[in-house]
Ligand binder design. Structure first.
Ligand SMILES: CC(C)(COP(=O)(O)OP(=O)(O)OC[C@H]1O[C@@H](n2cnc3c(N)ncnc32)[C@H](O)[C@@H]1OP(=O)(O)O)[C@@H](O)C(=O)NCCC(=O)NCCS
Length: 186
């Protein structure tokens, strides 16, 4: 499955992406904000491509001009021990630091949400961020997510710690409204 937007291609990860993934994911300002540790070497990046990123609905966010990954985005059917009910999933994303501030995550998320709601038949898509992650909070607000609830002391297993997390929500009806507003603005 390949999804295109005006500036981006969302495509499956390839083993050859490991060196680029390592360059982006070794940055301590990227993974830990999303709950995973910075990559230590290219071998670790390759292992992540072969395991985590090879699962369904995991995409490399690539610039159209060179098809090179600048980040990752996915629809997740479970997190930690929680399995989402039928018709619900969670969207997760990160962008490599050199590419922050261009609205890429907003563009990629809107395209993946369209796929989730219109092609996979999702009724609700969730998106969370840790309380101190202002960048993700802002991006989620711009995408159209609305606050649902806060979870205190959520386990972050890959970092062996606990954090408070804000959980936002978008329903299929919210999605249709956002799309109508965007279509009217064009
Ligand atoms: C969270 C994260 C994905 C946000 O990415 P980002 O590039 O910083 O965010 P945006 O794409 O929204 O860009 C930020 C700014 O660019 C602006 N922008 C520039 N060009 C734009 C365009 N064409 N379209 C939309 N916005 C654009 C936005 O308006 C926004 O500015 P504002 O907040 O002042 O309004 C990124 O910081 C990241 O990966 N962080 C580390 C990992 C992480 O936290 N992941 C999320 C876990 S929940």
């Amino acid at each position: 499955m390949i999804i295109t937007t005006p500036r981006l291609i969302l495509r499956p990860w390839k083993e050859e992406d490991a060196p680029v993934l390592y360059k982006l994911a070794k940055d301590p300002d990227v993974g830990p904000a999303a709950g995973w540790p910075a990559h230590q070497d290219e071998k670790e990046s390759l292992r992540i491509i072969q395991t985590v990123f090879s699962k369904p609905e995991n995409y490399a966010i690539c610039l159209k001009e060179n098809n090179q990954p600048i980040g990752a985005i996915s629809l997740l059917s479970s997190r930690n021990d929680h399995i989402y009910p039928e018709g619900e999933c969670e969207i997760g994303f990160w962008i490599g630091k050199p590419y922050w501030g261009h609205g890429y995550v907003i563009e990629a998320s809107k395209a993946l949400l369209a796929h989730g709601f219109e092609e996979l038949g999702m009724k609700t898509i969730w998106c969370g961020h840790y309380v101190n992650n202002a960048k993700s909070a802002r991006a989620q607000q711009k995408i159209g997510f609305v606050f649902d609830h806060t979870v205190d002391h959520m386990p972050v297993p890959l970092l062996n710690e606990y954090r408070d997390e804000i959980i936002n929500r978008m329903t299929f009806e919210d999605w249709k409204k956002c799309k109508e507003q965007e279509d009217q603005a064009v």
